[in-house]
Write a protein that binds this ligand. Structure first.
Ligand code: GAR
Length: 197
């Protein structure tokens, strides 16, 4: 059984999908804790499923390094096999990435390497593309530049704005994330191998 710590910043709809999947006894992963860089709305999903939460507010620390060290300490308490960045909107400091990689994955609302960064959906709309996508990657020390584990194309429809497009992307992200964690748990995806390929 793969033990997951999921890190969020916002509403946690992707977290919710993982919690629902992991509620099924057949699914080979469990969310053991949910962390955030603030008092995130998505904590309600963890509470609904009786999963403990922790918050490491960025503003409470002198610098990014000190914040990252505390985040790592909190994550490690749960002895996770895999850490999932699921709408975690802060760059994780390099020493935290190095400590957790390659058992550190991220979901992103674009077809990487297209539109990396904090505004993947807005940037796709601004670029006027006809299709964008969703990706799940291994986190490395770049911005959304790690090995791609799964991704799917999603059309941009006439009249789409950032919100409507993001809502449709999230439907796909949920499926990709749940499937990717399943693939990692059953060995179909080997994170060590993906990271050295
Ligand atoms: C998701 O679309 C996720 O890919 C994105 O934030 C959203 C969180 O939604 N993350 C990034 O843009 C990271 N660069 P959620 O809180 O409802 O799961």
């Amino acid at each position: 059984m793969l033990k997951l710590v999921v890190l969020i910043s916002g509403g946690g709809s992707n977290l919710r999908a993982l919690l629902e999947a992991a509620h099924d006894a057949e699914y080979p992963a469990r969310v053991v804790a949910v962390g955030a860089d603030r008092d995130a709305d998505g904590f309600q999903h963890a509470e609904h499923f009786g999963v403990p939460t922790f918050s490491v507010p960025f503003s409470s620390f002198a610098d990014r390094g000190a914040w990252g060290d505390e985040l790592l300490a909190q994550v490690r308490q749960w002895e996770p096999d895999l850490v999932v960045l699921s709408g975690f909107m802060r760059l994780v400091p390099p020493r935290v990435v190095e400590a957790l990689a390659p058992q550190l994955i991220n979901t992103h609302p674009a077809y990487l390497p297209e539109f990396p960064g904090a505004h993947g959906v807005r940037d796709a709309i601004a670029a006027g593309v006809e299709q964008t996508g969703a990706s799940v990657i291994v986190v490395d020390n770049g911005v959304d530049s790690g090995p791609i584990l799964a991704q799917r194309r999603i059309p941009v429809l006439p009249g789409d704005d950032e919100s409507s497009l993001h809502d449709r992307i999230k439907l796909v992200e949920r499926e990709l994330l749940v499937q990717t964690v399943l693939d990692i748990a059953n060995g179909t995806i080997d994170l060590e191998q993906e990271s050295t390929a």
